[in-house]
Design a protein around this ligand. Structure first.
Ligand SMILES: [Zn+2]
Length: 332
């Protein structure tokens, strides 16, 4: 009876409490002493009186209510402090999505501002809203958020970080920023723009947080390089593709310049494939499409993959797994 009464009150709190905390509170059996006035007591000292020293000791040795004592892993992530804080806030289920704001009486609706098709709780906002789902799809990360419903949010996010690394948290951050762009600037970001931001941030983080010894261990052989302009009337296409570690997340891009080196056009994209050769070919293919559609018929193409150049030039078996982009590249 007491538990039911308390759980009825807890839902009106300003902050949504995690299920394990609500369960611990409702399971508490109060000791009722008849004929005495109610008084405040501090259960973590023998005297029942509150002192700062007792509170400090309590914080150092949290009770089971706060059994995730080690939040340090968040502050040790190779991410900028604003994203670390976002992750901390997210695991505390307090990022200001509409459902949280409505619960706090800050706004009067919880309808998702992006799809208008569901309540914008944290899971919807960052995972199941169609805008968010499209981004996850392109990252190539595979996980089942639904399986964690009701489970331990702290552990789930921590494990995701272990499995997928910074990419997972950066994707969450970019999805959140994209959501805010709609809410505050009425601007819906293209999914490919979001992917560009994700990979750009990932690269920046890798560069910024790479251990100094790795930098020192990298052999540096300086050499002079220069760009050879194509013949007049010919455009130059530089194309490149890359894979992110062992995941199936890949990206490609390139640029097109005239014979004076003046920028004409650029492109980039993401692909959910595991083959670096395939991504390199996608870069070439995409660049050639743009050249063709722009009316350029004389194109000098510089992919950075010797293998793809050789295979395009010399031809491949009709059974090659990347035969379709080869065919188109060869025709061009
Ligand atoms: Zn939505």
């Amino acid at each position: 009876m007491f538990g039911l009464m308390v759980s009825g009150i807890l839902i009106f709190l300003y902050t949504n409490l995690p299920d394990n905390v609500v369960n611990a509170i409702t399971a508490t059996q109060p000791r009722i002493v008849q004929n005495l006035p109610d008084v405040w007591t501090w259960s973590n000292s023998s005297s029942g009186m509150y002192s700062v020293k007792d509170a400090y000791n309590w914080l150092l040795n949290p009770a089971p209510l706060n059994d995730h004592v080690n939040w340090k892993w968040i502050w040790q992530l190779n991410l900028p402090a604003n994203i670390q804080f976002f992750v901390w806030q997210l695991i505390h289920e307090s990022i200001p999505v509409r459902a949280v704001l409505q619960h706090r009486r800050v706004c009067n609706t919880d309808v998702c501002p992006r799809c208008a098709g569901a309540s914008e709780n944290i899971d919807h906002c960052l995972f199941s809203c169609p805008d968010a789902a499209r981004v996850w799809n392109l990252t190539g990360l595979v996980f089942n958020r639904n399986s964690s419903q009701g489970a331990d949010t702290f552990t789930w996010y921590k494990n995701m970080g272990k499995i997928h690394g910074s990419l997972f948290f950066i994707a969450l951050w970019v999805i959140w920023c994209g959501r805010n762009e709609i809410v505050f600037n009425s601007h819906r970001e293209n999914t490919h723009t979001s992917m560009g931001k994700i990979y750009s941030l990932l690269k920046s983080c890798e560069a910024a947080f790479m251990p100094p010894q790795s930098v020192a261990a990298t052999p540096v052989n300086p050499r002079l390089v220069s760009w050879s302009p194509p013949m007049e009337g010919t455009v130059c296409l530089n194309a490149d593709g890359s894979l992110i570690g062992a995941t199936s997340s890949a990206g490609y891009g390139g640029l097109i310049r005239d014979h004076n080196g003046v920028f004409i056009s650029g492109f980039y994209g993401a692909a959910n494939v595991r083959s670096i050769l395939f991504v390199e070919l996608m870069a070439v293919l995409h660049g050639l499409h743009i050249c063709w559609d722009s009316g350029f018929r004389r194109v000098t193409c510089y992919p950075d993959s010797l293998q793809s150049v050789n295979l395009i030039r010399d031809g491949v078996s009709a059974h090659h797994r990347a035969i379709s982009p080869f065919k188109v590249c060869s025709v061009h």
